[in-house]
Design a protein around this ligand. Structure first.
Ligand code: NAD
Length: 427
């Protein structure tokens, strides 16, 4: 085929290019066919919406939002919706791309999707936030549905917003449709254990990594960047259930360090009573975000946003294990340095997959209108995460590569198999 038929797609941005390069590194190791490689490099559907929201003072403000479906070969698209002033198409497309591999690495019957609205939700009143959420969901609704694309919470979105989304969709189609979003309130079709799921998954794989590296997690020290949904539950579960010592955590307001270990329940209580931030917590000394990332600890959990560990920080990182609670927290240049230093990185698509796994449980429960108890959920999550960690670790050994590339290999293998069997309609 002539070259001009192949490489004429518009680049989506630097983050998406970094994600494509992660994919290509693995695709080359397994000699993935050109046809499949070209197909999987690009998102299938991209929707941009500009929409009006009536502010409380009667003015109308325009917002921009996105929904991207990267690939749906294995099932409906799945992925969160983020509200953040930095949301852009490059970021949303990258997150959708990662969702394809995250769902596949966990062997969930989903493809990858993601959405976002460029907004600082803290600057909106409650009513404005509700109007924005309902209008955005109506705008993207033609792409969404329990068998098409199932959104979930991400940064700055939560169960309350998921309830508004579910209600908006249901009002528009005239049928209460619980399975259209996950991460809903537990008494409105949500699943027990969804709120803690990503943090729990982080704790489970941290324990597995300690195990394969011959460390006892009960003797390890941990630093966590980000004390939101993922960071705070990871801190609580790694310390309470696995016995590790959390010596430092940080959030947007700064960090707290205590060499004797932080009391995580107390810190969560403090955060909840202090506008959601940990600044000023009296149970430790202040520490900067940079110093936290380079602390002499066994396990480092970046659980805030992308690009937290840059090349410059990577040179000073002293942790033995990095568990990527956030999506894309390590830049490509930083990763090279970390790997050269022999640091064991559990990649985001595996490390933070606990959330989408329990979202999958929620969707299955909604479709069956039959709900499971928390012990069942925790047991099933642990079984699946331990199994797929093992699969990725085995693949890493087999291909003599790193854990990220191994996770991609496992995931690409599963998605490629679906593509091969489905073919390229119309043939
Ligand atoms: P969140 O909004 O609940 O928490 C984010 C935390 O990061 C907050 O504590 C915030 O203060 C902190 N933060 C923001 N900027 C920071 C900075 N510059 N330095 C230090 N801390 C900073 O969000 P979340 O749901 O916990 O998500 C965190 C990350 O995990 C994101 O990358 C998200 O995509 C990823 N993730 C979340 C889930 C989930 O189930 N919530 C699942 C998979 C992946």
């Amino acid at each position: 085929m002539e070259e001009r038929h192949l490489n004429h797609l518009e680049p989506l941005g630097p983050l998406y290019e970094m994600a494509q390069n992660q994919f290509l590194k693995a695709a080359e190791l397994i000699d993935l066919e050109e046809n499949i490689k070209n197909f999987l490099l690009w998102p299938q559907k991209i929707l941009t919406v500009h929409f009006p929201v009536m502010l409380d003072d009667g003015r109308v403000q325009m917002f921009v939002g996105y929904r991207v479906q990267h690939n749906t070969a294995r099932g409906p698209a799945k992925g969160g919706i983020r509200y953040h002033p930095n949301v852009n198409l490059d970021e949303v497309a990258s997150l959708a791309f990662w969702m394809t591999w995250k769902c596949a690495v966990m062997n969930l019957p989903y493809g990858g999707g993601k959405g976002g609205v460029k907004v600082d939700p803290y600057k909106l009143s409650e009513r404005e936030l509700e109007r924005l959420s309902r209008r955005f969901f109506s705008e993207i609704q033609f792409m969404i549905g329990p068998n098409k694309d199932i959104p979930a919470p991400d940064v700055n979105t939560n169960s309350k917003i998921m309830a508004w989304y579910m209600d908006t969709y249901s009002m528009n189609v005239g049928v209460t449709t619980l399975g259209v979003v996950t991460g809903k309130p537990v008494d409105l079709g949500g699943s027990a254990g969804r709120a803690e799921a990503t943090g729990r998954g982080v704790a489970i794989v941290a324990n597995e990594a300690a195990d394969v590296l011959g460390m006892d997690i009960r003797n390890t020290t941990v630093a966590i960047q980000g004390f939101g949904n993922v960071g705070s539950y990871a801190a609580k579960i790694i310390s309470e259930e696995y016995g590790a010592k959390i010596v430092a955590v940080s959030d947007i307001s700064g960090g707290i360090y205590n060499a004797d270990g932080l009391d995580i329940d107390d810190l969560i209580k403090y955060r909840d009573e202090n506008d959601g931030v940990i600044k000023g917590y009296p149970g430790g000394e202040p520490i900067s975000n940079r110093d936290l990332l380079t602390l002499d600890v066994d396990i480092l959990v970046p659980a805030a946003l992308e690009n937290a560990i840059t090349e410059d920080i990577a040179r000073d990182v002293r942790a033995k294990i990095i568990v990527e609670g956030a999506n894309g927290p390590t830049t490509a240049e930083a990763e090279k340095i970390l790997l050269e230093k022999g640091i064991f990185i559990i990649p985001d698509i595996l490390a933070n997959a606990g959330g989408v796994t329990v979202s999958y449980f929620e969707w299955v429960q909604d479709l069956q209108s039959f709900f499971w108890d928390i012990d069942d959920i925790r047991k099933k999550l642990k079984k699946m995460m331990v199994r797929e960690f093992g699969e990725v670790y085995k693949t890493m050994k087999k291909f003599k590569t790193d854990m990220r590339t191994a996770a991609y290999i496992v995931a690409i293998d599963r998605v490629a198999s679906a593509v091969r069997k489905r073919g390229y309609y119309p043939m």
